[in-house]
Design a protein around this ligand. Sequence first.
Ligand SMILES: NC(=O)c1ccc[n+]([C@@H]2O[C@H](COP(=O)([O-])OP(=O)(O)OC[C@H]3O[C@@H](n4cnc5c(N)ncnc54)[C@H](O)[C@@H]3O)[C@@H](O)[C@H]2O)c1
Length: 423
Amino acid sequence: MKIAILGLGYVGFTAACCIASEGREVVGVDPSDDKIDDIAHGRAPFEELGLQQLMDKALANKCLRATKSISDALEGAELAIVCVGTPSSTSGAHDMRFVADVSRQIAQEMAACETRTLTVSFRSTMRPGTTRNLISPIFAQIVGSNWQDRISLVYNPEFLREGTAINDYFNPPKIVVGTRDAAPSQIMEDLHQNIDAPIFTVGYEEAEITKFVDNSWHAVKVTFANEIGRVCEKLGVSASKVHEIFVSDTKLNISPYYTRPGGAFGGSCLPKDVRALSFIANDVNANTHLVDSLIRSNEAHKNHQIDAILKRLPKSTSAQVLMAGLAFKADTDDLRESPNVDLARKLLELGHDLKVFDPHLDPSRLKGQNLSHVYSALPSIGELLISKEEAEAGTWDLVIASNATADRLTLANSPVYATHSIQ
Ligand SMILES: NC(=O)c1ccc[n+]([C@@H]2O[C@H](COP(=O)([O-])OP(=O)(O)OC[C@H]3O[C@@H](n4cnc5c(N)ncnc54)[C@H](O)[C@@H]3O)[C@@H](O)[C@H]2O)c1
């Protein structure tokens, strides 16, 4: 299989050398005279551990060459891999001009030869919707309405890190392939046949957002670590010991726990302790902007869920609403800072006819802060609670599955909105 690689920067040239080292024919394209000259003279165009050796091997085996001519590179190629830059524009959005330019150039080559077929795989990091709404229309306009008979577009994000790029290419944490209808791409399976990594075949948009999610998560981790490090330093606590303890917890800390989009955080510990850490950090001048933003972001999430619920309720009348679960978590009766109590209060304020099913809640048994919290936020709690039988027999405009309590109900035809899991 001949492969054209468009854009010979860190991503493109590393991929070119790695793929060529597998004995495949690779032709790289870049408009930079310097890069083409470097490659023609056997010099790697940038520093990367092991790249020169991999390049020497590929050149010796005549598997790799570079050109400024896109026609030359695409001649006889089955796959074109696009690795052009997507730098920041002044607005903060990606500057998509290189992606648009290279798409136009490939489309023009394809329009000029009506018998040619090609898979074009985009590796540049780009906003969800780009393949469908920016690149596809370019191909449709230049090649014609039947362009998809000959051209398949794929989005395949790159996960390599500079400094370990070659090892990362051959040992990625995962392979993500986005296609128009989430169907597998045979050519991408062939490309990755020597790589042992979990493969996710998804739609374009899920594949496109992957890299943003990963990079932002990595940035959150670094920022959080540094904020905790600053607090520790200011308090005279050993940050390295704290780190050792933190990462040793692979059950709740370094794990998939708490990473699934769903309900807001609440309960007796998280809001209280996040607020207190923010206070401590401020007190010792550690300026923990990320920690300080958590409560506000959590409130924003509660508002988002209330909006989503209101959109599902009839506007003109007072709706019959059942909340399944009032405690912050199923199987407890802890109502302190439960997001569900806020939600119930809001629905009552808006005049809806709310009932609550929560088998663990008995207002006569609530004590202390739990009791004072619920009576200040939901004084009518005694009238809201209903039994399982009443919940199941009712006719509801909406059932809000606000924690796993809802799984214990058998509801006939009522629409359900789950605030505690991904929508
Ligand atoms: N560098 C990384 O560690 C890394 C990792 C993962 C993903 N990415 C993403 O991959 C993409 C490329 O990153 P990079 O660091 O390799 O960028 P880069 O700037 O080093 O390289 C881009 C190359 O594309 C070339 N180019 C521009 N227009 C072209 C065209 N029409 N035809 C052919 N070549 C063209 C440029 O001359 C340049 O050599 C970006 O979207 C980036 O966000 C980068």
